[in-house]
Design a protein around this ligand. Structure first.
Ligand code: ATP
Ligand code: MG
Length: 325
């Protein structure tokens, strides 16, 4: 399988009034065609930075200090503004947290869709696109202004726009976080059916373990600007190899309290103002020993997944918890 996105040892930092923030601290990751990759991690772990980096959409106070990121074999840092614009237009689609603010409030939905279709688009092609994302009464939706739509409908419109040019990758950054619980599943099911229909790959960035576990075939767990574990949904969530993944699952019994699970892990997430010499999870880790403080663990293959942990063998020896689904 050829790679759609290949990220190699990527370091991205932000310059802030309070100093440098190391948002991505050496990330290696591959996205394959038609894959649904869930990137999970708590707030500030670097998920959005990673998602934005794929489209070279990072703000001007960000710097790539080292590493590279390839889309369709092309380094996105090597190409000019026009080429990156074309790449975004032809190959990438973005779905963000708040659909109403993604849409232009002053323009009717139909007109916004015509603009992204780029060229003379008939009413029928607009209606067809709105129908594909499961919107009822497409003529009325096309005539509406964004504020006249519910959050779920607006997110369907955003997804319609994101898939209108047949991208090979959709980057969905917390696409359901602003929506009612009842609508969340519908939006994820829609993304799944779009994948079925078109073969588009999806990178789903989310702090909600339950959603990622339910909908993604491949998982990447982020902590403190680093990837700590990646692999298939089954290997990573049935039998985690990283203490952080394990702690996430233990803190989420049946995911009854979505959103609360992270607080249940003792300690606090790292402040990303220095690049940790050893393991970034070491201060909170019950498996940590001396090496973890001083030697950075790199992602290494072990039992069908990649884990960045010196103690992964011991972690894997422990029986899976009942919470692991
Ligand atoms: P969340 O779940 O809250 O969306 P995240 O995992 O998406 O978090 P990022 O938004 O990528 O995390 O942030 C990673 C780190 O970079 C955080 O420490 C954050 O404060 C910092 N950061 C993000 N964007 C900027 C910015 N534009 N300027 C300065 N620092 C930033
Ligand atoms: Mg984010």
């Amino acid at each position: 399988m050829s790679d759609l996105v290949e990220i190699r040892d990527l370091h991205i930092s932000y310059e802030t009034a309070r100093g440098i923030v190391y948002a991505l601290d050496g990330v290696d990751l591959t996205v394959y065609p038609s894959q649904i990759l869930g990137i999970v991690g708590e707030s500030g772990s670097g998920k959005s930075t990673l998602g934005m980096a794929i489209g070279r959409l990072l703000p001007s106070n960000s710097h790539r200090t080292s590493g590279d990121l390839f889309v369709n074999g092309q380094s996105i840092f090597d190409i000019g503004d026009e080429e990156i614009r074309l790449l975004r237009q032809e190959s990438l689609g973005f779905v963000f947290q708040n659909p109403i603010s993604t849409l232009d409030p002053t323009m009717r939905v139909g007109r916004q869709i015509r603009l992204v279709l780029n060229g003379p688009a008939s009413d029928d092609s607009v209606y067809e696109l709105l129908g594909r994302v499961g919107l009822p009464d497409v003529k009325r939706v096309a005539r509406s202004y964004p504020y006249q739509l519910s959050g779920g409908m607006a997110q369907r419109v955003v997804i319609a726009m994101a898939i209108s040019r047949h991208p090979s990758l959709l980057i969905a950054d917390e696409p359901t976080a602003s929506l009612d619980a009842s609508v969340r599943e519908q939006i994820l099911k829609l993304l799944l059916s779009v994948r079925e229909e078109t073969g588009v790959a999806i990178v789903l960035l989310s702090h909600e373990l339950g959603l990622v576990a339910k909908y993604c075939d491949t998982i990447a767990v982020m902590y403190g600007g680093r990837l700590v574990e990646t692999g298939s949904n089954v290997s990573v969530f049935r039998r985690p190899g990283h203490p952080y993944t394990k702690a996430l699952l233990e803190a989420a019994p049946g995911n009854e309290r979505p959103g609360d699970w992270l607080e249940a892990i003792p300690g606090v997430p790292p402040v990303l103002q220095s690049s940790a010499q050893g393991c970034v999870f070491e201060p909170r880790c019950k498996f940590a020993h001396e090496t973890c403080r001083t030697v950075r663990p790199v992602l290494r293959p072990i039992e069908n997944r990649m884990v960045a942990c010196h103690r992964a063998e011991e972690v894997l020896k422990i029986e899976p918890t009942a919470a692991a689904t």
